[in-house]
Design a protein around this ligand. Sequence first.
Ligand code: ADP
Ligand code: ADP
Length: 185
Amino acid sequence: KRLILVGPPGSGKGTQSPIIKDEFCLCHLATGELVSDDLVVGIIDDALKKPSCQKGFILDGFPRTVVQAQKLDEMLDKRGVKVDKVLNFAIDDAILEERITGRWIHPSSGRTYHTKFAPPKVPGNWRALIQRKDDTAAVLKSRLEAFHKQTEPVIDYYKKKGIVANLPAEKPPQEVTSEVKKVLS
Ligand code: ADP
Ligand code: ADP
């Protein structure tokens, strides 16, 4: 399967992506760097040659703009493949501040925790967690503005292709996971 996860910061993409990746043996292509669109598409193009990517891939955080979506499609076209599903993490902005300000990351594994919604099972493990310095209410506001302006049109772009599945991202993680499995089965 070839999947794209789209949603605002804090909507649960990073929480669901390892689960989806393992369930469907996909390769996870993370593209959180500020490099040119062509470079990112080139990196994805190279990655698709790898044996681990032959069953498909998950893109999380890309494309962020319609231009990026078009460039991705051009590249996939040349390979004779296309995106199967775009999972839209639909959620009200009002929920995101608590999600973002309570987020803690385990740097070496990339796993994500939350003070209230997903605390580590062993209390001593808090010591290994860090907070992202942009995970503040003020920075969230500007990230959300960018999301609405630049990334929401990406959802419409894929809606026209009929491949968007809306997820109830405000529900508990397990419920989001079961909806994902339903959509992809
Ligand atoms: P994204 O990758 O979309 O920015 P994350 O997966 O990092 O979002 O989730 C943001 C924060 O919210 C994390 O602290 C995570 O543990 C928590 N979280 C993720 N999904 C849910 C959920 N369905 N319900 C409650 N909290 C969640
Ligand atoms: P978030 O968790 O807020 O979705 P990421 O960790 O994916 O953010 O990326 C951090 C920052 O890098 C973003 O706020 C954005 O400014 C930038 N960025 C990441 N991916 C892209 C992209 N594909 N195009 C443009 N900017 C990007």
